[in-house]
Ligand binder design. Structure first.
Ligand code: IPE
Ligand code: IPE
Ligand code: MG
Length: 246
């Protein structure tokens, strides 16, 4: 019912997702938290398919933060195993999905790092959609990391100090090949960023829903897009300026 309300000419070009609520969803069913993560992985696949069909060119999913290492070891292991299991080449190739690991890839367990690098290389020419998965990711890590690379380039004479602009920083972030998100969707009821894409979300529209991630479906995505399209993005201008420019 929401799908018909979407203006296909004004789709968000990049949607970022904070997939939250897996644990509470499982606990509400008297199950272990890992049960929620398995269900959440199915939701991720379905959401990716829905976004691809709509024609959204970029999506990024927050799957594991650097802070999530402090969860109980068995839950961390479940999340690592689940990620490894989903880096299956076949599905990405069949659906023409370009995969990008967004995060501290150098400090991932070796098997995950190898699988991610292989998949990025294998899918680099895929065209239907680009999917970033933020894994071992945090914004503060990412910004500090970008600062280090830029400082090194200046030190080695590859770049001039005066030439550093916001665009330089954009390019050196883990999301470098993607435009900044137009829309952030966070499920699970919390209204915070949890160290996710803090730079990139500077002008994104934020959408929060109480729905737990495993219950998020196509209709929920359509609803979020319709809500996004009802907003006036002013980027610092007045409302009148924006309407005149239409
Ligand atoms: C999000 O669900 C998935 C990850 C953080 C990996 P949670 O596991 O945080 O679920 P809640 O917030 O405890 O319900
Ligand atoms: C954010 O969820 C991280 C991911 C979705 C991967 P959390 O559940 O870890 O966030 P906080 O700690 O409650 O803010
Ligand atoms: Mg959570």
């Amino acid at each position: 019912m929401y799908k018909e309300q979407i203006d296909m000419a004004r789709l968000p070009q990049h949607i970022a997702f904070i997939m939250d609520g897996n644990g509470r969803w499982a606990q509400a069913r008297g199950q272990q938290r890992s049960y929620g993560h398995f269900a959440g992985a199915d939701t991720l696949e379905a959401t990716l398919r829905c976004a691809t069909k709509l024609g959204i060119p970029y999506v990024t999913f927050y799957a594991f933060s650097t802070e999530n290492w402090s969860r109980p070891q068995d839950e961390v292991n479940t999340l690592l195993d689940l990620m490894l299991k989903h880096l299956e080449e076949k599905i990405f190739m069949e659906n023409d999905v370009k995969f990008l690991l967004v995060g501290d890839i150098e400090n991932l367990p070796q098997n995950l790092r190898d699988a991610s690098e292989r998949l990025m290389e294998k899918t680099k020419n895929n065209k239907a959609i680009t999917m970033g998965v933020a894994f071992n990711y945090s914004s503060r890590w990412e910004l500090a990391h970008a600062a280090k690379i830029i400082a090194k380039e200046v030190k080695e004479g590859k770049m001039k100090l005066e030439d550093i602009t916001a665009e330089t920083i954009d390019r050196h972030l883990a999301t470098g090949i993607m435009p900044n998100p137009d829309l952030l969707i966070r499920t699970g009821g919390e209204q915070r960023l949890s160290n996710f894409l803090m730079w990139q979300l500077a002008y994104a529209e934020l959408y929060f829903t109480d729905t737990y991630w495993p219950d998020f479906n196509d209709e929920c995505l359509y609803k979020a897009i319709v809500d996004y399209q009802s907003r006036q993005r002013r980027f610092g201008k007045t409302g009148e300026q924006v309407t005149e420019n239409k």
